[in-house]
Design a protein around this ligand. Structure first.
Ligand code: C2E
Ligand code: MG
Ligand code: MG
Ligand code: MG
Length: 287
């Protein structure tokens, strides 16, 4: 977002302006400023993870949490991931940022595990992160270092990541699975990628993209797609989670269609680890 990028140019020192020549277009300048700001953000501790609960609809229990990255540039409103993940991916900065995310999420999940709350933690992983030759070794080291049960960790990948990588991603995902870590397909149904990979890759979970949930109760096509995904996943032994559930009607429709796990603003927004603690405390007190 242009506003954010412009702001960071001002406080990033004069030196940065030497890059801007009249030949460089405004979009390229803004992208460069955004990248510079992101580069400093890790060292300055400007990132935070929020956690969104994932529910079992049958008993309304929280089964896990998805870690979602938040960026708080100094003196500014926080910037949503959609505004900076693409720049982070194109610049390669997603590799160190993603490494920070993974380490932070595992530490937090271990803290919950140690407190007697063994919830699984789902972490989004980008294509370039997974493609790094040391990815599995780094993951193995982080699991060992934090002492978290690998069965409590799930990596969320998009179909694009899997299909574009094919050979390498197959071997990487086999190694991830061998560590005992789960693999989920995020935004499932949006990748135009065919379905054959679901049996060739070690997939544990598919997350139905929120675009199919939005009009679930009014558009019979969406209901048909959700029904088909649930049936297919069931026969392949894959779990299904619905994303972006915002209304009670959507929730009831999902249950009728046999989808028993969901996340969305209706059930719980992404929140800080402290707020998750409060939520879990309240749930335990109510039980
Ligand atoms: P995603 O992994 O599909 O995450 C779900 C997004 O949907 C989150 O947006 C979440 O806040 C939002 N959401 C949850 N429930 C609802 C709902 O009921 N209605 C609506 N309209 N939205 C809902 P967020 O946090 O802005 O993240 C956007 C995307 O950025 C994520 O989509 C993911 O692709 C990416 N992302 C977030 N954190 C990371 C990260 O640590 N690493 C990487 N590589 N990507 C990340
Ligand atoms: Mg996700
Ligand atoms: Mg998604
Ligand atoms: Mg498996």
């Amino acid at each position: 977002n242009a506003d954010t990028a412009m702001y960071h140019a001002k406080d990033s020192g004069r030196g940065n302006f030497q890059f801007f020549t009249p030949h460089m277009n405004v979009a390229a300048q803004q992208r460069l400023m955004l990248e510079n700001a992101l580069r400093r953000a890790i060292d300055n501790g400007e990132f935070e993870l929020h956690y969104q609960p994932i529910y079992d609809l049958r008993d309304r229990s929280i089964t896990g949490l998805e870690a979602l990255l938040r960026w708080h540039p100094p003196g500014r409103d926080s910037v949503p991931p959609s505004d900076f993940i693409p720049a982070a991916e194109e610049s390669g900065l997603i590799v160190p940022i993603g490494e920070w995310v993974l380490r932070e999420a595992l530490k937090q999940a271990k803290a919950w595990q140690s407190a007697g709350r063994p919830l699984f933690i789902a972490v989004n992983v980008s294509a370039s992160q997974l493609a790094r030759s040391s990815f599995v070794e780094r993951l193995r080291h982080m699991l060992h270092h934090t002492g978290i049960d690998p069965a409590l960790v799930e990596l969320e990948l998009t179909e694009r990541v899997i299909v574009e990588g094919v050979g390498e991603s197959r071997s990487t995902l086999d190694q991830v699975a061998a560590l005992g870590v789960g693999i989920a397909i995020d935004d499932f149904g949006t990748g135009y990628s065919g379905l054959a990979y679901l049996k060739r890759f070690p997939i544990d979970t598919v997350k139905i993209d929120q675009s199919f949930i939005r009009d679930l109760t009014v558009d019979p096509d969406d209901a048909a797609i959700v029904t088909a995904i649930v049936a297919m996943a069931k026969s392949l032994g894959i779990d299904v989670v619905a994303e972006g559930v915002e209304t009670q009607e959507q929730l009831e429709a999902l249950q009728r269609l046999g989808c028993h796990r969901a996340q969305g603003f209706l059930l719980g927004r992404p929140m800080s680890a402290r707020d998750i603690d409060k939520l879990l405390g309240a749930a335990a007190a109510a039980a």
